[in-house]
Design a protein around this ligand. Structure first.
Ligand code: ADP
Ligand code: MG
Length: 728
């Protein structure tokens, strides 16, 4: 090992866990301390202002400016008590990150002094010069204005000295430029569509909520080792690196004792999360070495998503306090598991009934089956779009790359529900759906065991799995904003529920009883989903590829092509009819996706080329020189037999020459391809060209990794996988 690398590795290895300064009180007592939640509203707002704000949050009633001023004033008092000096409109542009521009609260008091000021106007709206955010041409730079507008349904929160106001980000002309605006619209659409269906079963229902529980996977890497890898620093993943002899074969990391440095990081992160009101619940080691996961208690989708966006930023900051860097890239290391963000999703009523869990009685079960089947029908109709919603340059390394999930969206129901659906098809419509053992006198033809979790035949290869009381959309990438996936899923379900209700109304108009009408409407849908979207087998097998194609499911594996699913006639109809996106917006957002895709691959390709030229090839040539010196010394000592004596060296010299030439050839071809791609006008065409370049990166990697295998470890300039992955 080179002296330099040795020092870095040793230093990293010797680091001890950082002491975490935990608050003296229990988490429940400081939970939400830095969020302006309902408790704070009650404390800092007068009763009329409080009522008006709650009416706005719960029922969408607009706030007048006078009330907004009072809300801002209450927030200011609270914020100043926490040492806040700045405010920011916090938003979620299309780059999957969050954005913040801070303004201090300082104003002239018009009496020659200064005061801290914050009013309703600056709470409700800001006009950042947002010309550099991706907009797909919706906002040409010369009319750079974009607005951020307060989302009162998500509490403002404090980060360090800044009051952060969750906002939507829209163009001057009204189009949304972010993830939050369409998400809010889609959530409203699914709530509106689900309500009339619920009310058939229980007229007392007033509102339907959508819930999200995300499971965030991530890698931690020591910051010294990270800093020694230009690829990690610039692209978030290793572009080269031979597999370590030991990686995850023994499954000895999964659920293992959490290393002390990591445990300290997790503790610290949880404290920060609790203060922000993020109900973090679960933490554990994941399958790959240095891979971990945490998950909160699920909550309303919009808030849960904001909290995921918040915590991703907090993670980076907290990790640095512990000498780590967090990697949220979906595939930082080849050959071991990548990271996703399972989106556990469900619908529930304001009366506390989960619409995706079996009910208390036959009626409840009928309602459950209604929602269950309609969700699957929605996923079936828009399977290509759902895949597009999670497609990105970074997630592409998971999709179709023989790792959860495959690049085909199918659904896993489990034995119990599959059998239940088959039985439902067999019995006459109107047969009560009973839960076995619950009523004693069961006429139960269809048995739906209440606890699926325990008998769950979990299928890890399925991208969309039913897990007893929710669906788990597993294809979402670890670095993604969940809103992309949640918007599409919500829209698709809303559309399907509207169609279902229309058909159901026809059956009811024909004079059928509700339970008969519901089953008559559901049966053709059940037949169809069992034939098409439901798949219980191995999602990685070649047979499934062929079978999925036959069933009419989308099997596209190239990200630039997947993205096109957003602008098919069916998708345009879906989004425009529900008022979530205009066609222009959809087209613009695709431009953004293609542009980001190309740029990410472009950066990777440049880093790859330079690391090959400046790191790997010189190391290989140095080693080759040593070998040649060995040959020449052999010749001095054994003039007659040196060819035989130095055979190993000569063989290595040859190998290195061959590999170095292959690398040069492939890098030159890649650079030429990049030049061609860069002049393409259309973002789609450019992304297609970069897709080819992405594939060539893998081809360049092979000889580089081969060199790592043969070059003297002493000369190798980069920390190796075995050094990166086992230090925490
Ligand atoms: P797993 O065993 O799948 O890894 P985890 O415990 O890591 O599960 O995470 C499960 C996530 O699902 C949690 O965030 C949890 O709150 C969430 N969840 C549980 N029930 C529901 C539900 N009905 N709707 C939405 N999310 C749910
Ligand atoms: Mg989990």
């Amino acid at each position: 090992m080179s002296k330099l690398r040795f020092n870095v590795v040793q230093d990293a290895f010797k680091k001890k866990a950082v002491e975490v300064e935990a608050p003296a009180e229990r988490p429940s007592s400081y939970f939400g301390e830095l969020a302006f939640n309902r408790d704070k509203m009650r404390k800092y707002l007068d009763i009329r202002t409080y009522d008006a704000l709650i009416d706005c949050i719960d029922n969408g009633k607009p706030l007048d400016m006078d009330t907004a001023d009072k809300v801002a004033d209450g927030m200011k008092t609270w914020a100043l008590e926490h040492g806040v000096t700045h405010i920011t409109h916090w938003f979620q542009p299309l780059n999957d990150l969050t954005a913040e521009k801070h303004d201090s609260l300082l104003e002239y008091d018009r009496k020659g002094g200064m005061i801290e000021a914050f009013d309703g106007k600056s709470l409700i709206q800001q006009e950042p010069d947002a010309s550099s955010f991706p907009s797909g041409g919706l906002r040409a730079t010369f009319e750079a204005r974009g607005y951020t507008a307060w989302d009162p349904t998500s509490p403002v929160f404090i980060q360090e000295d800044t009051l952060c106001i969750p906002t939507v980000f829209i163009a001057y002309t009204g189009e949304s430029l972010d993830y939050k605006a369409p998400l809010r619209k889609a959530l409203k659409a699914v709530s509106d569509a689900a309500l009339p269906v619920c009310r058939l079963f229980d007229p007392a229902v007033r509102k339907v909520h959508s819930y999200l529980g995300w499971e965030q996977e991530y890698f931690l890497i020591d910051e010294d080792l990270y800093a020694a890898r230009p690829d990690l620093m610039l692209t978030g993943r290793t572009l080269m690196g031979h597999a370590s002899s030991k990686n995850q074969q023994l499954d000895d990391h999964y659920f293992a004792a959490i290393p002390s440095r990591v445990a300290a990081f997790m503790r610290d992160l949880e404290i920060e999360g609790y203060k922000l009101g993020i109900p973090l619940k679960t933490r554990h080691n994941e399958v790959a070495p240095n891979q971990f996961e945490f998950a909160p208690i699920f909550g309303e989708v919009n808030l849960a998503n904001d909290q995921n966006q918040m915590i991703m930023t907090v993670m980076y900051k907290v990790a640095r306090r512990h000498g780590f860097v967090v990697l949220l890239h979906e595939k930082p290391f080849a050959g071991i598991n990548g990271s996703g963000k399972h989106n556990n999703w469900s619908l529930g009523t304001d009366t506390g009934v989960s619409l995706l869990a079996p009910g208390k009685d036959a009626k409840g079960n009928l309602q459950f089956v209604t929602f269950f089947v309609n969700v699957l029908a929605a996923v079936q109709r828009h399977n290509a779009l759902l895949k597009a919603s999670i497609a990105s340059a970074t997630n592409a390394h998971r999709l179709g790359a023989n790792e959860a999930p495959p690049a085909i969206v199918s659904a896993f129901l489990g034995r119990a529900m599959t059998d239940a659906l088959h039985k439902l098809l067999e019995c006459p419509s109107g047969t009560p759906i009973e839960i076995a053992g619950k009523k004693g006198t069961s006429v139960g033809i269809v048995e739906i065991p209440q606890i699926f979790m325990d008998n769950t035949d979990r299928n890890r290869t399925s991208p969309f799995a039913f897990t007893g009381n929710r669906f788990e959309f597993r294809a979402v990438g670890s670095s993604a904003n969940c809103a992309g996936a949640m918007t599409v899923l919500s829209a698709a379900v809303a559309e399907q529920l509207l169609l279902f209700k229309q058909d159901l109304d026809r059956e009811l108009a024909a004079g059928k009883e509700l339970n008969v009408a519901v089953m008559d409407t559901l049966k053709p849908i059940i037949r169809s989903i069992l034939d098409v979207i439901c798949f219980e087998g191995n999602g990685y097998s070649d047979e499934w590829q062929a079978e999925a194609k036959r069933r009419g499911l989308d099997t596209e594996t190239s990200v630039p092509e997947m993205i096109k699913a957003f602008t098919t006639p069916a998708s345009i109809r879906l989004f425009t009819s529900l008022g979530i996106h205009t066609q222009k917006e959809l087209e613009a957002r695709n431009e953004v996706k293609w542009e980001i895709y190309s740029k990410k691959i472009q950066i990777e390709s440049r880093v790859m080329g330079r690391m090959a030229a400046n790191h790997i090839v010189p190391a290989a040539l140095s080693y080759q020189n040593r070998l040649l010196k060995n040959v020449s010394l052999m010749k001095d000592v054994y003039p007659d037999t040196y060819l035989e004596k130095a055979a190993v060296s000569l063989d290595l010299v040859d190998k290195i020459s061959d590999l170095v030439s292959v690398i040069r050839e492939r890098v030159e071809a890649m650079v030429a391809a990049r030049k061609k791609a860069n002049v393409l006008e259309s973002e789609y065409e450019k992304a297609r060209a970069y897709h080819e370049i992405a594939e060539s990166l893998a081809a360049i990697r092979k000889p580089l990794d081969k060199l790592e295998e043969i070059v003297d470890d002493d000369l190798w300039p980069l920390p190796k996988y075995r050094e990166l992955l086992f230090i925490n």
